[in-house]
Every structure is written in C-alpha cells, then in structure tokens.
Design a protein around this ligand. Sequence first.
Ligand SMILES: Cc1cc2nc3c(=O)[nH]c(=O)nc-3n(C[C@H](O)[C@H](O)[C@H](O)COP(=O)(O)OP(=O)(O)OC[C@H]3O[C@@H](n4cnc5c(N)ncnc54)[C@H](O)[C@@H]3O)c2cc1C
Length: 311
Amino acid sequence: MSASAPVLDDGDRDALGARFGERVTFDAPLAPHTWWKIGGPADALLAVGTVDEGAHALAWAFKRKRPWFVLGAGSNLLIGDGGMRGLVVQLGGDYAALDVRIAGDEIVVRAGGSASLPQLVAQAASLGAEGVDGLAGIPATAGGAVRMNAGTDREIGEFVREVRVQTPTRPEPHPMWVGFDYRRTTLPRDALVAEVTLAFPRGDAAAVRARTQDRLVRRKATQPVALPNAGSCFRNPPGDRAGRLIEAAGAKGWRAGGAEVSALHANFIVNVADATALDVSTLLARVHRAVGDTFGVDLHLEVHLVGEFVA
Ligand SMILES: Cc1cc2nc3c(=O)[nH]c(=O)nc-3n(C[C@H](O)[C@H](O)[C@H](O)COP(=O)(O)OP(=O)(O)OC[C@H]3O[C@@H](n4cnc5c(N)ncnc54)[C@H](O)[C@@H]3O)c2cc1C
C-alpha cells in the first residue's frame, strides 16, 4: 500500500504561497519535527507567527475543505511514513509568548499555544508555583500539553483557568470550556489552542525549585533520554502501570526494524537505527498483544498515530 496523492492542487499551492511566502513548505518531511524523528512529508507545512495568520489558515482550510492538523513539539506523535495530507500548521512567533507573574497569593501564567512547557515550568517554579514541578521534564508546547492533559501525579488541567481557541468556523481566538481527564480532554479535534491561562497557588520558591530539579534528575536516570522517543507509549491502566506490565510480559529489548522497547523504561519505544513508523507500529501491536495475552489487560495508546501508515 502506498501513500495517497497530495490533496492540495496547484491552485491551493499558489494561494498558500501568495499569502505565506517562504513560511509555507510543500512536500515537507515531518520527521525532523517529531521527537521520534519519524514521519513522511506533509503536503504543506505552514509556520504561522500571528493569530491573524492562524485564523487565515484555518478559514482557508475550511473554505477549501482541506484537512489540517496542528503540530506542537511533536513529542507525542507517531506520524506515518506516508506523511500527512493537507495542511500541517506549526505555531510560532506571537504564539510562543509566555508571561509568568505573581498575582497576590497566586502565580498566574499566560502562555501562547506554542510556548515551551519546560520554560513555563522553570519560570513558574522560580516564583514558587505550587504543583508546577509535576510538569517538569515534559518536552511539550503549552497547546500540546493542554490537548493531552500532560502531567505526572499533577496534570496541567488542574491549573487551567482559561483556554482560548481558534476553530475553522470561528477563527478569531475565543474562550472554550475544556474538561480534563487522564491524558485526555474534551477539546474538539478542530480546535487550535491559541493561548492558555494557568493559576498556581504561591508557595515557597526554593522548595518548588528543588522539587522541580529533583524530578528532572530522576527522569534522566529512569528514561532513555539519549535516544529519540515519544515518552510513554501506552496509558497506565486503572490501578497499574503500563511499563510494569510490559516489562513483566518480557517485552523489554524487543525489536522491530530500527525500533526497540527500551531496556531502561519498558513503556518507551526508542528509535535506535532509522526506525520507520511501520517498525514502531509493529512493535506497539506486539507489545499490546503480549500484555493482553499475559495479563488480560487491554492497553490503550497514549501516543497519537496520525497520517498515512504504508507498508
Ligand atoms: C522524553 C519525553 C517525556 C515525556 N514525559 C511525559 C510525561 O511525563 N507526561 C505526559 O503527559 N507526557 C509526556 N510526554 C509526552 C508529550 O510530551 C506530551 O503528550 C505533550 O503534551 C505533547 O505536546 P506536544 O506539544 O509535543 O504535542 P504534539 O506531540 O506535537 O501533538 C500531540 C497532540 O496535540 C495536538 N496539539 C499540539 N499543539 C496543539 C495546539 N496548539 N492546539 C491544539 N492541539 C494541539 C496535536 O494535534 C496532537 O494531536 C513525554 C514525551 C517525551 C518525548
């Protein structure tokens, strides 16, 4: 099975080129934009730097009935080797804005959709934002973290005060209520997170900084940070840990092509030698089957599989 033909015609390419100039790249490889370093080309990869540009891109895709997708830091994505059809939007410029300040007994953070979560954590921790250490070491954008309700024992959703989104039918930023659950949200698929406001109780800055640092050190010791990966592949099932089950099923070190179940953390798959999306998806399926056969547990993916998977 091969990838389907690009869905953007010459007229689409001309229109995007005329509006966005060199910020739009056609047939752009996506692998460099993901933490796994895997993924085929996007018909068009568009770097938008302002809210107006984001609005224009969404309205254009809606009018032309073209598929679109928003890419964050690419730290939770397995993009198929056949790439992605339509428009892949990458936020930057104004969307990367980050404002962290003390407001009475709170630390209030306003972050654009592409603001760096590690920078947000560092700045908020330095002011004593209680609980922000639970988000330390997650290599996300603020928008991607909201979409995933990223976290550890503390999740970003606990601290969200307001989410502002843009959608194809309402492209100007507007507030949207979002419900948060373990690694999932009610955010509709067609909502782009333009900005999020978070509020943390104000605590002791030295203590929060120390806890943040501890978490970063612990991650380095327990996660395969030197090899391309996408964090935990499967969600933890109720009352257990996916990594424990995968290890107990004997899957540590299993390999498919250039992809390997990490020997350090069994819920991580690492790209050890030019792995393809097919290698990783093959391994995911084997691990899923092994845990099901051994423990009767149906693991659910945490990583998002997007784009076209071709043999
Ligand atoms: C080393 C490592 C450690 C990790 N540790 C953790 C951890 O401890 N806890 C945890 O929860 N996760 C962890 N992750 C996974 C990952 O960092 C999170 O899922 C993160 O929230 C993904 O954010 P992103 O910006 O990279 O989004 P991407 O991976 O680019 O995209 C993920 C999804 O979010 C959507 N999205 C991205 N930006 C936006 C936006 N602005 N608006 C709307 N939708 C958007 C995408 O369309 C996609 O569906 C880890 C990953 C790595 C590589």
